[in-house]
Design a protein around this ligand. Structure first.
Ligand code: DNO
Length: 363
């Protein structure tokens, strides 16, 4: 694996590349062109400028998160082929610039959903949290305004104000689209982009739906083991892969995370590692990465990644807001740096142990 950190670009991130470079073991960033809209073609010039900035700071671009998929593609609208062509062109331009990993999602309307962006934990840190009750009581158009006060002046990925202004129209687009139809639209999209991915060796890594169930009655299809296996089989190409995000699949307590990782051997191109603390199956908050701070056994998760020979980029995911930091919720420096150090520590121990065991067996 390669330890990385997500970075939103100097115009949007409070964390600098110089800071990222000082996190032990981090040599690469996962980034994006944050000012582009879904459906836009990313030019080679823009990509080159982004790479140059990262490389000037002594780091490299390990992958893109995200190249967002236009709603017309997800909804299978009449004009989807135009946007698929744009997506293919963006992939080609990324490939020409030697970028080989793209994380994306196929969630209608909303990207990830949280109902609180600054829930206070007993140690005084604040974290993102979710309760089903709050979602059930909210009308979707008000989702953005209900969390806007806790944004610390940042724009959350997937929650860009322009998108939120169109929520009503977006919902209308998905009338009559059930899970099966959404799955067909995903298949249609994947079949058309795979030739470009093959030509440029680009690994597509679909991000799970978060939470891993339907919200506001919208269909959600990347939620658990069977569904993800179906998607990998329907387009049986190694470039059609996944982002294994423990904090997203983990929202559904029925998902056995280490078992899922093992079942996805060879198709996990990117990993997001984070821990959640559950108060009930429908009320959870994000915890520190350390196992004992949340509900997951992080050792078992990292061990499963090690055992399947995972070699792609990995990143600590949402961190708590600690030590007075003001940053995009989930994306401050301090707690993610702690997360990176912890995951690196787990990996080192697991690797040394496995090697010692193997040497012992050979003797
Ligand atoms: C949330 C992120 C998601 C993810 C997208 C991928 O913090 O994990 O926004 O980047 O779903 O397209």
């Amino acid at each position: 694996m390669e330890m990385t950190l997500r970075w939103y670009g100097s115009q949007h991130d409070t964390v600098t590349l110089e800071q990222i470079r000082q996190i032990p073991g981090v040599k690469g960033v996962i980034t994006t062109l944050y000012d582009t809209m879904p459906g836009e073609v990313w030019s080679r010039q823009q990509i080159r400028a982004m790479k140059a900035e990262v490389e000037a700071a002594g780091l490299h671009v390990a992958g893109i998160e995200s190249v967002n998929v236009h709603e017309s593609i997800k909804a299978g609208a009449a004009d989807r082929d135009i946007y698929i062509d744009h997506y293919r062109q963006t992939l080609e331009n990324l490939g020409e610039e030697d970028i080989h990993l793209v994380c994306y999602n196929f969630m209608p309307v909303f990207d990830w959903t949280r109902t609180e962006l600054a829930r206070r934990r007993p140690d005084g840190s604040t974290v993102l949290a979710y309760t089903q009750k709050a979602v059930d009581e909210l009308i979707p158009e008000n989702m953005f305004t209900s969390i806007a006060g806790d944004l610390n002046g940042s724009i959350m990925p997937g929650w860009e104000p322009e998108r939120m202004e169109q929520v009503k129209e977006l919902f209308a687009m998905y009338k009559g689209i059930n899970e099966e139809k959404l799955f067909e639209n995903l298949t249609y999209f994947l079949e058309r982009i795979m030739p470009v991915c093959d030509r440029y060796d680009i690994n597509m890594a679909i991000h799970p739906d978060d939470p891993a169930w339907s919200v506001f009655g919208l269909p959600r299809i990347i939620t658990g083991k069977e569904k993800i296996q179906r998607m990998l089989k329907v387009v049986e190409n190694p470039h059609n892969g996944v982002t294994f995000c423990s904090g997203s699949y983990g929202t559904n307590l029925k998902n056995d995370l280490p078992d899922m990782i093992r079942s996805l051997k060879g198709r996990i191109h990117f990993a997001h590692v984070r821990n959640l603390k559950f108060h009930s199956a429908e009320d959870f908050e994000e915890a520190a990465h350390l196992s004992s701070d949340g509900s997951f056994d992080m050792y078992e998760i990292v061990k499963a990644l090690y055992e399947i020979g995972f070699s792609g980029p990995i990143r600590p995911d949402h961190g708590r807001m600690i030590w007075g930091e003001k940053a995009m919720p989930g994306y401050g420096l301090y707690d993610r740096a702690l997360g990176a150090a912890y995951i690196n520590g787990l990996w080192e121990a697991i690797e040394k142990n496995a090697k010692a065991q193997k040497a012992g067996e050979e003797r």
